[in-house]
Write a protein that binds this ligand. Sequence first.
Ligand code: AMP
Length: 393
Amino acid sequence: MNKKTIKDIDVYDKKVLVRVDFNVPVIDGKITDDNRIREALPTINYLLEKGAAVILMSHLGRPEGVDPKYSLKVVAERLRELMPNTEVIMADDVTGKDAKAKAKALKLGQVLLLENLRFDAREEENDKNFCKELSSLAEVYVNDAFGTAHRKHASTYGVAKLLPNAIGFLIEKELNIIVGTINNPKRPFVGILGGAKVKDKIGIIDSLLDTVDTLIIGGGMAYTFLSAMGYKIGESLFDETNVDEAKRLMQKAKDKGVNFLLPIDLVETTAIDNVSDAKLTKDQNIDDGYMGVDIGKKTIKLFTKAIKKAKTVIWNGPVGVFEKKEFAVGTYSIAKALTKVKGTTIIGGGDSASAVINMGLAHKMTHISTGGGASLKLFEGKVLPGVDVIDNL
Ligand code: AMP
């Protein structure tokens, strides 16, 4: 990789503005998974050890303007617990009076956390003045927010153009593992894609078909493919506008000799909440008035067999409505199968990462990405704007 990392820049006696991804799940005012905060610690600690003062910035959720429900104060508290020997100061605003004053007074070895970047609408607009206000708080910029590196926002993109810059250890690690694996996979190389929307994943299916040996499709997006093959899909998720695209992708798989696996039986029910109506189909056809909500037993066997043979697996998206435990069997079976792989297993963030973590299987995977959208872009072979904007070595 030819991008500058924090090891390539001088931060001694400097204020360093670090974009981190502290977008953690908060339920009833409590952080339920602090993995993203922990993953930011190596960069923060390194900068402090090198004699910098660190100003952290992140978004949390999708607030519309200032909303105390989305305050990063809860993150500051967690950070204090994780860094007991460091003074962590919380600003009351993003680039307002309080942030400016606290940034100015910040001493070497101290950490300042700005309020939720999305309290200011200019963040997502990559507004010039907002970039200037952020950059004026510090002397160096570091991007370590892998989870938002696929976005061209002020804090992930615009501000990098105004300060000497580098990527942090988390982004470096994610890039090395994901890009390194995809560019040089041990074979058989298996891709697993699930989730709801075909539309979002066409580009990645298309590019994965150029590299994988087997592509497994599950979840809500399987039904557009099954429908394109002439099977009955009842009330299942269906993207009418992408049927031709689904046909083209299946033809491409054939032409390339890629083993393209779709479900061969399913769990169907009358509505997602009607758990008691759930039954197993005998083949790929869904009954009238029913919708597919998980993969069936035969499919689990078929998918598991392909996964276990793999030397490299990448996975993004649940293969069923896994939020309901009754329909999570398929997704959990995939996670279990991955633990049997004698090779590299990469989980592309988001729901599949939650499934693996909830099952207590995280330690059995090679890598669980902290960014769903960003890792998908890398699976697709795309460049992330938040990395692209960083100076080359
Ligand atoms: P995505 O954001 O595209 O990865 O989609 C994730 C969502 O897909 C999860 O909330 C799942 O509940 C949902 N999902 C997976 N399989 C199905 C299905 N068969 N029908 C409806 N939704 C599904």
